[in-house]
Design a protein around this ligand. Sequence first.
Ligand code: PGA
Length: 260
Amino acid sequence: MNPARRPLICGNWKMYKGGLAGIELAQSVIAFAKELPKVDVVVAPPFTAIAAVGSVLEESRSTVGLAGQNLYPKNEGAFTGEISGPFLKEAGCAWVILGHSERRQYFAETDAFVADKVGAALGAGLCPIICVGETLEQRERGETLRVVKTQVEAFLDVIARALDGANAPVAIAYEPVWAIGTGKVAGPAEAEEVHQAIRTWLKNKSESLAEKTRILYGGSVKADNAAALLGCPNVDGALVGGASLDAGSFGAIARAAQPS
Ligand code: PGA
């Protein structure tokens, strides 16, 4: 296994577990993550729970990472309702999910805006998990690779500039929109095809970027399909929505990622 691409399992809590329930879930995640030293486990609570979950992680000296689900690409200012990269960092985050399809779809986020956010995250010292993926209509029209390539190319220069020696600055999550929250999961071969294409586009930019960037799969990852997906050569982890809200199923997915 390439050590720069340790398995990464991130739980995207979306707009769930905003208070006490988030702290309880984090405690259970901390407990199972102790048994999985070879997996990077990350949780992305809603903004209102980030500081509290961060304190719990710190008190228990947990290796579980903390992620925001979004940021606004300015450090501070008159942007009512928005949260900046430095705020996330100060609240204990090392990660931030960007360009999730729900943000692209419901909040009209464009490729250019997502690229701006990626730059802001890197500037704040956060590691972005950048989401890309095609809709069902696009897949049916045979446009999957073209759509995903356009999304990746929008931020490729930004991430290549940020690459330093040991670490890739980002993870990319391939999340086919038709698989998110639907129970329909891409088959391992379908996922691997897109992951391999993303790896090639990264390689065309920089060999080392391709070697070090973790490419996660997301979209209805569950305990019973995780092992097959995570077994694909270019699948370096998972971005998990629904199944991350239950410590039992999230733990089973993380265990499936633990290299033997
Ligand atoms: P899901 O969500 O696992 O519930 O399909 C994944 C995501 O939206 O990141």
